[in-house]
Design a protein around this ligand. Structure first.
Ligand code: NAP
Ligand code: G4F
Length: 341
């Protein structure tokens, strides 16, 4: 019988790549989707026709228990979150509820449905759990590169909520013997990335300028540095973590960092343009507390999981710019179905 996976955050970037990967691996894939008329669910259904949908919300404990009871998953991937860092200052409480407490609700749903009891000896349960932890937990970094033992100093309500989910996942593993692990993933991007994140904002901006639809691109802090990889590579790591013999946390990234300035330079160059003629910096886009740099040490994942990224920074930037040029040339709207290659 096919193994069954339940993915929260199925309508997001990672949910789509992970669903495709698990379908290729022969899984029966279920996606948890919220809302009664969520347009992102219709888009997902069109593009991932083989994914089955179960209704639920990370804010609603009962709905998560019902979803686990209905799907009877072998593996649960908790990707659902408020994931845009600036939004976490504007809606800090909602971020804590979805990105932080949502992890508690999902773990409780699994614990209750597996019959894992409090107090008794760690009994484990059969359902394996993946938590989407983030390099934003490192925040103001204490060392570079960052590995599984690097301390946390989150710099946003989002980073704080992720740190709560991370420690809780570790705690359920230690308290109940559950196979519960966190992937500490560094920034990963693709043509399916939300337009609010800087890589996609830049690739869409370049495409608009190239096609004469805009004449400038406004950005915030050009000096921030990130370790950017390709989302399709990173979902393979999520799956590998749940196939390991023992439940452990892993850092996933490329080990190379680039600045936002270098990102802009590469993206404009990919379209044959000089970035300095078009990029305008805007103080309003700076954050109240910035994460200046993030750079992964993915050695543990390479050695223990055999995981390696396959797409370089330059290849990633080029593929995003090409995809957005195609999309806009075809009259597509990044907020509509056609934006999802
Ligand atoms: P994304 O595209 O922003 O997707 C977020 C998903 O969360 C969407 O499917 C959204 O569904 C869902 N969601 C929001 N509120 C929810 C709620 N109340 N209940 C259930 N689902 C809810 O994020 P992503 O880039 O795919 O990232 C996936 C996960 O990895 C997130 O947890 C993110 O924080 C984490 N992460 C991402 C990166 C990265 O670089 N991409 C790095 C480290 C960690 P709707 O369509 O209903 O809004
Ligand atoms: O693309 P970003 O918004 O991603 P950020 O904040 O690093 O968070 C992403 O990666 C995390 C993993 O480290 C995930 F956990 C999280 O869910 C999300 O996927 O911003 C990247 C950098 C920041 O330093 C920001 O200040 O780009 C800088 N930046 C400069 N100008 C900008 C802009 N960011 C955005 N979004 N828009 C700008 O105009």
């Amino acid at each position: 019988m096919a193994r069954r996976a339940l993915i929260t955050g199925i309508t997001g970037q990672d949910g789509s790549y992970l669903a495709e990967h698990l379908l290729r691996e022969g899984y029966e894939v279920w996606g948890l989707a919220r809302g009664q008329a969520n347009p992102r669910v219709s888009r997902m259904r069109k593009l991932l026709a083989d994914v089955q949908v179960v209704r639920g919300d990370l804010l609603d404990q009962g709905s998560l228990i019902s979803a686990v009871e209905r799907v009877q998953p072998d593996e649960v991937y908790n990707l659902g979150a408020i994931s845009f860092v600036p939004m976490s200052w504007e809606q800090a409480e909602l971020t804590a509820e979805v990105t932080g407490m949502g992890v508690l609700r999902m773990l409780e749903a699994i614990r209750v449905c597996s019959g894992v009891s409090r107090g008794g000896p760690a009994a484990g349960g059969q359902i394996r759990f993946y938590q989407a932890s983030s390099s934003e937990m490192f925040g103001q970094v204490s060392e570079t590169p960052q590995n599984e033992r690097t301390g946390f100093h989150p710099r946003s309500p989002y980073g704080v909520a992720k740190a709560y989910g991370h420690f809780l996942t570790q705690n359920y593993r230690e308290s109940y013997g559950m196979f519960a692990v966190s992937g500490i993933l560094f920034n990963h991007e693709s043509p399916r990335r939300g337009a609010e994140f800087v890589t996609r904002k830049v690739s869409l901006g370049v495409a608009r300028i190239k096609l004469g639809l805009a004449d400038e691109l406004r950005l915030g802090n050009l000096e921030a540095r990130r370790d950017w990889g390709f989302a399709g590579d990173y979902v393979r790591a999520m799956h590998l973590m749940l196939q390991a013999a023992t439940p452990e946390d892993y850092v996933i990234g490329t080990g190379r960092m680039k600045s936002v300035r270098e990102l802009a330079e590469a993206a404009f160059a990919a379209a044959g343009l000089d970035w300095e003629r078009y990029v305008v910096t805007d103080q309003a886009l700076h954050r109240p507390a910035e994460v200046d740099l993030l750079c992964a040490d993915p050695k543990k994942a390479r050695v223990q999981l055999g995981w390696e990224p396959t797409v370089s920074f330059d290849e990633l930037v080029a593929l995003m710019v090409e995809s957005d040029l195609r999309l806009l040339s075809d009259g597509g709207d990044p907020d509509q179905d056609s934006s999802w290659p």
